[in-house]
Design a protein around this ligand. Structure first.
Ligand code: FES
Ligand code: MG
Length: 590
């Protein structure tokens, strides 16, 4: 253990060494003793470092952290801190009903109360599965104690019958093969299981890999942390280094408020684009920024729209997490963007150094996976922000638009980027599943599939349902995707070029509520407009009718969530929480 005289007094001293309230000190100290920690340690003036443990049997994507925490503790001890590990509300994207989106804000709330109300001086945020990353960052930002992100890392690459099979992406692709009659249900299940060969989170560039890359791009984790696969030796090593570094950060009082500037968020948007990141990055980035007191506007996404896709990883490309890590990971992507001055290298990071210093000499070493800026996988691959009479804001992830889709819908001579189609409207995913193969709907390649009732208030929580598959008859004809639109989200592992996250949602009075099947929708990618071609008086007539029903809340939290949560364009945050900033500056009462 390093000897270090405390250069500053930590907030935990108010619990364990407050001369004015020795009666309370005794009370705070005594129960910690019961597992062998001593009063001398707790009263040594060394920082108490929280390890926010997100791993559990219910959070298999983050379960590796149960192991990694030992290395974090070693690092904390060696650098002169005292570790206190605590459990965080589990979040498991794929399994939580009605959606894990409910858990991000719940975990946020729980983590704020822990970091604020217990004697914690700094924190290691263990992250992995999609929403575990923003939840922890949002909480550390509200409390504003020194915080560092330790990603759990992706699973090893999945292989099935000689092909790479990636998390989620294999499901969407196999689902189409099943519909086309090319595989059996058993083969579907085999391919899905093969995509998950080890501990770790999704190995595609889905929401988990995206959010961990964003944490690193924001400057909140050690360089290279995001992409190291969970079982690799470097993962344990970076856990140790992260533990060491957070102790130094506690002494330096290096808090999120010093790192999370507007420029840091713009860097994160640029990185999200270049990696072909998940469309879920939009609400999460907006949410983290708003908790930091910053505003991210639609123009900020459009500012990165012209950036190229550099990372050849599923679902936009071919490879998976192991190759991305070996190619150089996030530092190599940032190196590329920095060379072209598309990110700000001056932003401060948890290392105490700038982005430029962190990624110097981190050029990619595998150009098949991280392509040069001037010879990318795809040009202009950013998120397109759309608006119109159906919503004020929705996005489209253009990096996943296939050539087949582009040719059919977006490159027709004389109307480049403009598409008009007949709307087929579904009220939630049950309705979609019941009716998608109904011949009466007469769905053909000139239709747009629309789903409503899938936003934060309608679902509740906002569901990943917009990547709707065409009817089986179309798939058998080789039409693998139709234009889709909705007020919900879609999985970051999906290769569907949907218009999604439409805000306001139908349940909040958005235009999707009055849209009807057989209305014509015009999408113009050049102007960023998406409108239903319905006359004003007809819209007014339909608006006077009762809106589509939403299911009743089934739990107390669903009801609270619906009362307090805003729209996806605004990050779907607990709006009342935004006024609480830097709560650690006022020590909680005895
Ligand atoms: Fe947890 Fe993808 S489901 S990381
Ligand atoms: Mg997801």
């Amino acid at each position: 253990m390093e000897a270090r005289s405390p250069a500053r007094s930590f907030r935990s001293r108010d619990w364990f060494a407050d001369p004015a309230r020795s009666d309370m000190t005794a009370l705070y100290l005594e129960r910690f003793m019961n597992y062998g920690i001593t009063p001398v340690e707790l009263r040594s003036g060394r920082p108490i470092i929280g390890i926010a443990q997100t791993g559990s049997d219910l959070s298999p994507c983050n379960r590796i952290h149960l192991e990694l925490a030992r290395r974090v503790r070693d690092g904390i001890r060696d650098a002169g801190g005292i570790a206190m590990e605590y459990p965080v509300h589990p979040i498991f994207e794929n399994c939580r009903r009605p959606t894990a989106a409910l858990d991000r804000n719940l975990s946020y709330l729980g983590q704020v109360e822990i970091m604020h109300g217990y004697p914690i001086d700094a924190v290691v945020l263990t992250t992995g599965c999609d929403k575990t990353t923003p939840a922890g960052i949002m909480a550390a930002t509200t409390v504003d104690i020194p915080a560092i992100v330790l990603s759990g890392g992706p699973m090893l690459d999945g292989w099935h019958e000689g092909d790479l099979v990636g998390s989620g992406t294999v499901i969407w692709r196999s689902r189409r093969k099943l519909a086309a009659g090319e595989i059996t249900e058993e083969e579907f299940l085999d391919a899905a299981c093969a995509s998950a060969p080890s501990a770790g989170h999704c190995n595609t560039m889905g929401t988990a890999s995206t959010m961990n890359a964003i944490a690193e791009a924001l400057g909140l984790s050690l360089p290279g942390c995001a992409a190291i696969p969970a079982p690799y030796r470097e993962r344990g090593q970076i856990a140790y280094e992260t533990g060491r570094r957070i102790v130094e950060m506690a002494y330096e009082d290096l808090r999120p408020s010093k790192i999370l500037t507007r420029q840091a968020f713009l860097n994160a948007i640029a990185v999200t684009t270049a990696i072909g990141g998940s469309s879920n990055a939009q609400p999460h980035i907006v949410a983290m920024a708003r908790h930091a007191g910053l505003e991210i506007r639609p123009e900020d996404w459009m500012g990165a729209y012209d950036l190229p896709l550099l990372v050849n990883m599923q679902p936009a490309g071919k490879y998976l997490g192991e190759r991305f890590h070996r190619a150089g990971g996030v530092p190599a992507v940032m190196w590329e963007l920095l060379e072209k001055a598309r990110i700000d290298g001056g932003c401060l990071t948890v290392t105490g150094r700038s982005i430029s210093e962190n990624v110097a000499e981190r050029e990619a070493c595998d150009r098949e996976v991280i392509l040069p800026y001037d010879a990318p996988l795809r040009e202009r691959a950013g998120f397109l922000v759309l608006k119109g009479n159906l919503f004020d804001c929705a996005i489209m992830k253009t990096s996943v638009i296939s050539e087949e889709f582009r040719t059919r819908y977006l490159s027709v001579a004389g109307r480049e980027g403009v598409f008009e189609g007949r709307a087929i409207v579904f009220d939630g995913s049950d309705d979609y599943h019941h009716r998608i193969n109904d011949p009466a709907l007469d769905i053909d390649e000139n239709c747009i599939l629309v789903i409503r009732g899938s936003g934060p208030l309608g679902w509740p929580g906002s569901a990943e349902v917009v990547n709707m598959q065409p009817p089986d008859t179309l798939i058998r004809r080789g039409i693998m995707s139709l234009p889709t639109l909705g007020d919900g989200r879609q999985s970051g592992t999906s290769d569907s070029p949907s218009i999604l996250n439409a805000s306001p949602e139908s349940a909040a009075g958005g235009g999707l509520a009055w849209l009807a099947t057989d209305d014509i929708i015009r999408i113009d990618l050049n102007t960023g407009r998406c409108d239903a071609l319905v006359a004003e008086d007809e819209i007014a007539r339909r608006r006077a009718e009762p809106p589509p029903p939403v299911p009743a809340s089934q739990t107390p939290w669903e009801e609270i969530y619906r009362e307090k949560t805003g729209q996806l364009a605004d990050g779907a945050v607990l709006e009342m929480a935004l006024k609480y900033r830097a709560t650690s500056e006022r020590t909680p009462r005895h």
